[in-house]
Design a protein around this ligand. Sequence first.
Ligand SMILES: [Zn+2]
Length: 461
Amino acid sequence: MTIAGSPSEQSGSEVLKKTNQRAFRGSILHFFNDPQNKTETENSHLWEYIEDGCLVIENGLIHAVGHAADIMGQLPTTCPVIDHRGDLIVPGFVDPHIHFPQLDTIASPGTDLIDWLNRYAFPTEAAFQDKTHATAVAEFFIEELIRNGTTSALVFGTVHRTSIESFFAVAQRKKMRMVGGKVLMDRHCPRELQDTPESGYADSQALIHEWHGRDRLQYAITPRFAITSSDEQLALTGKLAQENPRLIIHTHLAENHEEINWVRQLFPRHRSYLDVYDQYGLVNQQSVFAHCIYLDDADLKRMQSSGATAIFCPTSNLFLGSGLFDIKKADEAQMPFGVATDVGGGTSFNLLRTLSEAYKVNKLQGQFLSPLRAFYLMTLGGARALHLDSNIGNFMPGKEADFVVLSRTATPLMERKLSQNRSKDGLPTLTEQLFTFVMLGDDRAIKQTYIMGEAAKVRSA
Ligand SMILES: [Zn+2]
């Protein structure tokens, strides 16, 4: 059993005799590190799985986690116990790359990235200068995240301040830990979506001042990509990053061939796409680069040495025909990476669906993404990508109590599948269970989503 507080506070039943506590009983899985391709019979110090577990929450934080047999007897009689026996409790999902203004762009056909941006994404984004519209979209978008078990995300706004202000206001009301930023974009897009180097810099500074560190919200410096920012804007973005060294820098990198060729024409003196960002001071351990499909050996080396994080977006990469992210190469280069939905280029808000596609992208390259690693990537892996792992990502006491309850009987097929393949103790192995969730699970598997210990899911479908 792991309990919050100093060792002297951890003896006897006194430890759990606190007010404002609630306990959740069910199977519990959380991670302490990346299991990579370890199996469930080895290296169990990388994760903890408790078949009949108990999670105790106090004032929105994790207070204790352990075997129900150890904890239940210590709970004060006044402590409510929410019974999720039969279900699987995991930390809230973290989506490290998503565009909130592209809610209505999802599932729009285009030929490739640039065509899709021009035909669907840019026209949709133009409406976000209107606060009423931006707020209404933010409400639906956040509700959809919660419905899919996602409790934190790294979010693109549009070029308009109102977009991310509206998003932050809704996220704050729902007490969510969110990271986001206003897009910086001063060329190669419709005029109504352009800022200037100076206005983008000033608006970002004002937003940082107003929102960064407010409740659970954090600001991210957000140039769209090298194509839509002039040298002057990239230089001022680098200045912004230098002046705010603890902020995430969030942008796109090396997603498709046409995009990369265009970057080569615009920045002929730079060795590579990554080098463009590097020259402007935008490559460091705070950098989060979506896609990273086409990085050469020198780029991979630079990603590793800088500590920058790559984000693999499988449904988007398949939908737009961009290419296949190579996890094996990322591991060999020791390049940190996360997995994200990239809605609206991505085709699902659901990270189970997303990891299912990640598995297939790996398979096409002769690689294996273990279901344990898939669950790590959706939880602690996502938190680490955003440097939020001291706040969220697993059930270590003191962390914020964002978690998801997954139903083993979400669909008749899942129920049937999870009652088969029985190991000698009568249950499917953990790996079999997790693989079933990844391959067959979707929003129906999300029985409940808790934010700071409070049930947040209001719509079931
Ligand atoms: Zn994106």
